[in-house]
Design a binder for this molecule. Sequence first.
Ligand code: BGC
Length: 333
Amino acid sequence: MKRILSLSLCCAAMFFSACGAPKTKTIKIGVSMPTQREERWVRDLEQFRREASGRGVEILAQISDNDAARQLAQCENLLAQKIDVLIVAPHDAAAASPIVEKAHRQGVKVISYDRLILNADVDLYVSFDNVKVGEIQGRYLSRLVPKGRYVILAGAPTDNNAKLFRQGAMNILQPLIDRGDIKVLMDQPVKDWQPIEAMNLMENALMAADGKVDAVLAPNDGTAGGVIQALSLRKLAGKVPVTGQDAELAGAKRIVEGTQSMTVFKDTRMLATAAFEAALKLAAGQDVETASKVPNGKIDVPSLLLEPIAVDRANIDKVLVDGGYLPKKEVYE
Ligand code: BGC
């Protein structure tokens, strides 16, 4: 009897670590990012890793570099590594739906991160109020230039966010266009959000309008950078208001020097933390409480939507520097 007891105690010990606590399985979170070209996506990933460190969580990250087929293959690879939950920021909203199907076949839940995956049974969407992002940009620009000749650029057509940003901006600008106060000189999407594409479009617009452009709606800081390069070739940088988004260091510097009017700050630290906490819950089979739903063509996806903030010269120190997002020395360098 004694021997049986000591044997069973010995077996039990195999399931407990040296300190006596039950051995918990390491949670594996797969993270599939579209790119690391923009600073914000680098920060998102850094925040995931910061959250995971010391918490028994492993982050398995893949970068698809703006390639939908590669993103699918990379997600298959993550699933083969037996991840517990998958976080995907899709390069191509529509082409990403098989990722969700494949994950579900393996019993893995999927969080659509920042960008919505369309036509799929996405388990959770964690993002910002993206229509509001566009409204902030449209309102800011139209207050600076209530009447004038506008260049309107949108983000990548493959990104559902680009559609939402534009929708928001047009909520504000369309009435002014209809009234004839705003004349649209150009209205174009920017392939893959590439700054060089934005620069080329802006050069074309300036050429066609003989330099007479009054305002530019640039959808993010990357494209704003391209636009401002084109403006500076004609000595117009700082004279034509340009919007942005992401609170990138380069964008913040341009705001301080006066060549970019504003940016929209979306705190990637808060976003990644929200997605990380939700991922842990989903991995444990728990529900995540959500206040919103966003339709994706197939279902109304339960959504956590954070608030974007307008930043310009007046509040850049308070929001970005005091908030610890960007170091003052670098912004004002
Ligand atoms: C993100 C933006 C980013 C853009 C380009 C969008 O989906 O919401 O923050 O600037 O993609 O990467």
